[in-house]
Design a protein around this ligand. Structure first.
Ligand SMILES: Nc1ncnc2c1ncn2[C@@H]1O[C@H](COP(=O)(O)OP(=O)(O)OP(=O)(O)O)[C@@H](O)[C@H]1O
Ligand SMILES: [Mg+2]
Length: 234
């Protein structure tokens, strides 16, 4: 479904992605794990067309999307939940969700998507008139995911959904991620919480300073001694 081939990105003269190659097949949950500054968010931005590649290519459903505008990439069915969530604090839950549908014109379709999101997140329905800034961290993460789902994506990119959340809330969010996947959405999940990420993912890639240093099935990575030492805390 998605393939990165020798993707290189620089910030100024500093390389952030050195030569990244990986694939996501339709229906999978694939996770990218790695420490701060490894380049995980940069990969998601590159996929969404938010930063230019210095080299390599990104293909999606057989077409090259690197070099295309971000709005065109969203229209093809790729949505991102950005790091830090990007909720508009002064807009209501429902207004925030509406912004996620901006590539859609059909009002009936938007309402259908809104219903799908409210069914998935009853808590957002209860709080639909509340402004985003007053939601709890977990609710804000749900809103960010809900907003991305308003574009009815085929591929959902999640950037550290567990960040700053209590363990129980993290569990709840990961359960929802799994459910979203089971209803037919392919997921690329960026996480520092390797343990949780590998508990839901089919496969994973481990990043270090702009490179992929290891990959395998979730089970292989959980059993990998280097991964255990560096990311699973034993
Ligand atoms: N706009 C920018 N300008 C210059 N350097 C940047 C910019 N954005 C990111 N970088 C650098 O690129 C590298 C990769 O950053 P990136 O945000 O992709 O890492 P990350 O793996 O997502 O880290 P984290 O887990 O902390 O979110 C870092 O060294 C970072 O400082
Ligand atoms: Mg990041």
């Amino acid at each position: 479904m998605l393939e990165l081939k020798n993707v290189m990105v620089n910030y100024g003269v500093i390389p952030a992605l050195k030569s990244i190659s990986f694939k996501v097949e339709e229906g999978e949950i694939v996770t990218l794990i790695g420490a701060n500054g490894a380049g995980k968010s940069t990969i998601l931005k590159a996929i969404c067309g938010l930063i230019k590649l210095k080299g390599g290519a990104i293909t999606y459903q057989g077409d090259t999307i690197s070099g295309m505008g971000a709005h065109l990439i969203i229209r093809r069915g790729i949505s991102q939940v950005p790091e830090g969530r990007g909720i508009f604090a002064n807009l209501t839950v429902e207004e925030n969700l509406g912004l996620g549908a901006y590539v859609r014109k059909d009002k009936a379709e938007i309402n259908r998507n809104l219903k799908v999101v409210y069914d998935r997140f009853p808590r957002l329905f209860e709080r639909r008139k509340q402004v985003g800034g007053t939601l709890s961290g977990g609710e804000q993460q749900m809103l960010a995911i809900g907003r991305a789902l308003m574009a009815a994506p085929k591929l959902l990119l999640l950037d550290e959904p567990s960040m700053g959340l209590a363990p129980l809330v993290v569990k709840e969010i990961f359960k929802i991620i799994k459910e979203i996947n089971q209803t037919g959405t392919t997921i690329l999940l960026v996480e520092q919480n390797a343990r949780m990420a590998l508990s839901v993912a089919n496969r994973g890639y481990v990043m270090e300073t702009g490179q992929i240093i290891s990959h395998g099935t979730a089970r292989e990575l959980r059993d990998n001694e280097d991964v255990k030492k560096a990311y699973l805390g034993h």
